[in-house]
Design a protein around this ligand. Structure first.
Ligand SMILES: Cc1cc2nc3c(=O)[nH]c(=O)nc-3n(C[C@H](O)[C@H](O)[C@H](O)COP(=O)(O)O)c2cc1C
Length: 307
């Protein structure tokens, strides 16, 4: 018998626990000719801001061992244009839509979330809290600001609010707890890791902004650790994210507490990977005679960590 991959995530009915990761799947509808998008668990859009953004100068992407660096700079068409076209096309796909939101101030987060949450086709909002604020400080490094953004977005949002956190903090569990206490309905763990690379042929930095975010297979063990630590402290569900390339990778995150996963860099290499991951999860559960994916969430993460 086929195992059940259905997940009820924040009241959203997902066919399976595999989501796209923000920023690696465009606005979400563009790849409809390449893969059947309605077979995904949900689509998380690229981050949308109040005003359009051109993003950073090229080069914005660089390959590194087992992964990549990016410094896209939140390029997007702004919330108004997003609602006019991409959202309408995305809605026709027939899959739950989670829209990623960012801003440089609390008010910007609130304004974008307010506009989006009344579009009745959106299932949830994911707050990208890993970007810099007006003072160029990463939002997640300022717990009162994280709390303020979540509390204020929750006041205006008609849909669940997910906080996507930066892994580059001293204590990820404390940050996740702060998000929970502020009213977040779930957390995504985690975003990219600050990193840099140099081209020794040209003696130049590989990214226009010198530093960028590292993603791909090389970050997986660090991101799994984030989920492990946070799961021990919080009660809200976790979206596991970072370096997932296979069904086995996805299950690693779920075994330590992720309810669902999102896949980024691997889908840039091949969008089909997303559906192959779904198939691989199903195959592993079948081999282990596990009838329902929900049974494995946190299965390994039962004891409180000694350290
Ligand atoms: C090219 C690129 C663009 C990204 N853009 C965003 C974004 O707009 N918003 C966001 O929250 N995360 C963004 N991310 C981070 C991913 O959503 C994801 O958290 C990260 O890449 C780790 O997952 P992965 O190793 O599966 O790629 C981006 C990542 C990449 C590689």
């Amino acid at each position: 018998m086929k195992p059940s991959l259905n997940v009820d995530f924040l009241g959203i009915k997902l066919k399976n626990p595999v989501l796209t990761a923000s920023g690696t799947f465009g606005y979400g509808y563009e790849l409809a000719d390449l893969i059947p998008l309605n077979k995904l668990g949900a689509i998380v859009t690229k981050t949308i801001t109040l005003e359009p953004r051109l993003g950073n100068l090229q080069p914005r992407i660089a390959e590194v061992s087992s992964g990549m660096l990016n410094t896209i700079g939140l390029q997007n068409i702004g919330v108004k244009a997003f609602i006019e076209e991409p959202l309408e096309k995305l809605n026709k796909v027939g899959v739950p839509i989670i829209v990623s939101v960012a801003g440089t101030t609390v008010n910007e987060y609130v304004d974008v979330s307010k506009i989006l949450s009344i579009q009745n086709v959106i299932s949830a909002i994911e707050l990208n809290l890993s970007c810099p604020n007006l003072k160029k400080k990463i939002i997640c490094h300022d717990l009162p600001l994280v709390s303020d953004i979540i509390k204020n977005v929750k006041k205006v949002s008609e849909v669940p609010v997910i906080a996507k956190l930066s892994p580059l903090v001293t204590d990820i569990a404390e940050l996740a707890l702060c998000a929970q206490d502020a009213g977040a309905d779930a957390v995504t763990l985690a975003n990219t890791y600050p990193a840099m690379a140099i081209d020794v042929k040209t003696f130049k930095y590989k990214l226009s902004t010198i530093k960028g975010g590292m993603s791909g297979a090389c970050i997986k063990p660090m991101s799994v650790r984030c989920v492990y630590d946070a799961y021990q402290k919080i009660d809200i569900p976790i979206i596991g994210c970072g370096g997932i390339e296979t069904g086995e990778d996805a299950l690693e995150f779920m075994l330590v507490g992720a309810s669902v996963v999102s896949v980024g860099s691997a889908s840039l290499v091949s969008p089909k990977r997303l559906l192959e991951i779904v198939y691989e999860i199903e195959k592993i559960l079948k081999e282990k005679s596990i009838k329902d994916i929900k049974r494995i969430v946190g299965m390994l993460n039962t004891a409180k960590d000694a350290c």
